[in-house]
Ligand binder design. Sequence first.
Ligand code: NAI
Ligand code: MG
Length: 326
Amino acid sequence: MTHRIAVVPGDGIGQEVTPAAVEVLEALDVDFEFVEGDAGDAVKAETGEALPLETRDLAADADATLFGAAGETAADVILPLREVVGSFANVRPAVTYPGLDAVREDTDLVFIRENTEGVYTGIESEITEGVTTLTRVITEEASRDIAEFGFDYAAENGYDDVTIAHKANVMRETDGLFLETVEAVAEERDAVYDTALMDALAMHLVMHPEEYGVVICPNLAGDMLSDLAAGLVGGLGLLPSANVGRDNALFEPVHGSAPDIAGEGVANPTAMVLSAAMLLDHLGRGEAAERVRAATETVLDEGPRTPDLGGDGTTDGVTQAIVEEL
Ligand code: NAI
Ligand code: MG
């Protein structure tokens, strides 16, 4: 069976790490058809559109999409692309790897972030000069979807600890509904879980990450807590993510276009390669996904490493090492 994958490198280091991930996928014993689309600052400068219709269609029609990064137009590209694939769950693992300097050695966290509502619905207004408002939307339907996805994920991936992050003591209506709905799903399944106020949770994650596993979060909390966890394990060059929908999905590194190092050939391809591993899982190619993760971990441990990890390796050098491991 051939998997049709939309490949959207975007801007900056997206142009460097995306071909690296494709090269790793091509080294596997899996049939892919890659179809490439444009998006981001460069295509906007050329055509006036940050996300051309053809790219939207490629993502809609593919089995899955690999996205690199966009620059200043990131919000105009990634938000509609997530919508195109019907994504409601953002999955962000943050794991420490052997051999790397990490703030916390014993971190194995997965943030399951609600991806469609909360404070990111864009319902903002200026009531009068100097007074602005934002409407926070929480629905039972979306809360139930993320809860079911989160508890499934924990069970399928062997995580015993599930924490529900919330701030229902202050946002009584919205997070009240979120907490009540996620807890109801847990009770229906007899799942073991804990709840945590999201501000206190931020502190506990830094001091005792080993006490946590899967963290189910409303949108903004998931965005912030997962970046905090990136800091614990060694930086943005390492963190992959998945945007999962009912029958389509998009995979991207958590990092952006990194204009400070773009074009130098030294971007760390790890986050993008691990995103490709998540894509393989999604396609039901778990064994191939494990091979990619194992090869990547070996190279992280033994080198070469890119400068963000203290090495003097290149994007291409690391990619070739992973391919050789495979
Ligand atoms: P960034 O993630 O691009 O870079 C932050 C820092 O981490 C930089 O010093 C960069 O060199 C480093 N870094 C990131 N990824 C790396 C990698 N793979 N290897 C080595 N070093 C890496 O975030 P920043 O600087 O806040 O934003 C830069 C641009 O990216 C902005 O235009 C922003 O809008 C866009 N952006 C796009 C995103 C997306 O497309 N999903 C997400 C975040 C930012
Ligand atoms: Mg973010």
